[in-house]
Design a protein around this ligand. Structure first.
Ligand SMILES: [Zn+2]
Ligand SMILES: [Zn+2]
Length: 377
């Protein structure tokens, strides 16, 4: 084991990313140290990099989709959260947040995300220039400094295990969309969350799934992961024609029972409402940051059509159950999950990767499906 660790530190808003070295921490009771094998990078990281998350101050160490091998266990760390024994060398996926489990928000409201005793989440802890160091995944090691951190042992390939977090977001969308056995579903947007929404809808028993998005490489993967039909928005650019194309692909002129919106623009939200059948549901995940407003008629867009619109923020304040479900779904296998991570980037490429995610979604002349930082590369 190396005696020093390295981390990619974002020095300021859209600023330089420096590789800094640290001594390996000695974990106290309930804590542990992990050698990071792979850490997914997502839109949230790109938003933080651009200074769009007030709670994160710079310098910052990002990376919350963390998979690695246990290297040092603090006193009392003997099992994962499911009670399975663990030892040094085991691969685990780490749940980045930790709340108290006792307070009003945790127990009565079922919203541990609002727990007043909540610890700083891994990948969001800042500023990163004071202890505890190494509390984000874009580093060779993670110091799990929150005693009692939730983690699960897994034998999945790291490139599949890092999908646990985006899949848990998609599962939140799925629950709120009320997809059930036999539902017709439109998944709008085929980034990592959209692709995982296809997986979730298929697992939930959807009868027909149409994925709408771009470019062909991600649409092909959507089909491989369970979409029955895809509609390429670069080929059908007019929204009215697109609505027809989607209904044709659904085989249902009335629209979809459920639309899961992951595209992330106000215009896409308007389009998504139009794709819902009367009486159906739109679960909107895409407009995760403020991108502006849209005209909306409460009568004709909502009441008259008896539709439900659910705002779905990330994996939700009660995300822990979904995190576990996501892992079991990935472990069940049978789908080309290993094709979702399209780029493995070394620590030194973190800035390039963050800019690509917030930019044209291409890196090394290839379309990004999902980026991950490989600190050992
Ligand atoms: Zn994420
Ligand atoms: Zn609490």
């Amino acid at each position: 084991m190396n005696e020093t660790a390295r981390a990619a530190i974002v020095t300021g808003v859209a600023g330089d990313v420096e590789i800094r070295s640290y001594d390996l921490p000695r974990p106290g009771p309930g804590e542990f140290v992990l050698e990071v094998e792979l850490c997914g990078m997502c839109g949230t990281d790109a938003h933080i990099y651009r200074g769009r998350l007030d709670s994160v101050r710079f310098p910052a160490l990002l990376g919350h989709e963390i998979v690695g091998r246990l290297t040092v266990l603090g006193e009392g760390v003997r099992a994962d959260h499911a009670g399975r024994p663990i030892e040094v060398g085991d691969r685990v996926g780490v749940f980045p947040a930790l709340s108290c489990g006792r307070c009003y928000q945790c127990t009565v409201r079922g919203r541990p995300g609002s727990c007043p005793e909540r610890r700083p989440s891994y990948g969001f802890a800042s500023p990163a220039d004071r202890p505890p160091y190494l509390t984000g995944g874009f580093a060779t090691h993670l110091y799990a400094s929150n005693a009692g951190t939730v983690f699960y042992r897994t034998d999945l390939d790291p490139a599949v295990a890092v999908l646990q977090e985006p899949l848990s977001v998609a599962l939140h969308g799925l629950e709120r969309s009320r997809v059930r056995i036999g539902s017709t579903v439109v998944v709008q947007g085929v980034g990592a969350i959209g692709l995982m929404a296809v997986v979730a809808a298929r697992a939930a028993g959807a009868a027909r799934i149409v994925a709408v998005g771009r470019p062909p490489v991600r649409l092909e993967l959507a089909a491989a992961l369970g979409a029955d039909e895809v509609v390429d928005i670069d080929r059908v650019t007019d929204p009215a024609r697109r609505a027809h194309a989607v209904r044709d692909a659904l085989g249902e002129s009335r629209g979809a029972d459920a639309v899961i919106g992951t595209a992330g623009s106000p215009a896409a939200f308007t389009e998504a409402i139009g794709l819902v059948a009367d009486g159906g549901t739109l679960a909107e995940l895409g407009n995760f940051t403020d991108r502006g407003t849209v005209p909306f008629n409460p009568f004709s867009d909502l009441l008259k059509r008896d539709i439900t619109i659910a705002g779905v923020y990330g994996a939700g304040p009660d995300m822990q159950r979904r995190y576990h479900s996501a892992l079991t779904l990935l472990q069940r296998g049978g789908l080309p999950f290993d094709q979702v991570v399209s780029h493995r980037v070394p620590l030194s490429g973190a800035r390039r990767a963050l800019e690509a995610l917030g930019g044209d979604y291409r890196l090394d002349d290839r379309e990004i499906v999902k980026l991950a930082i490989d600190p050992r590369a």
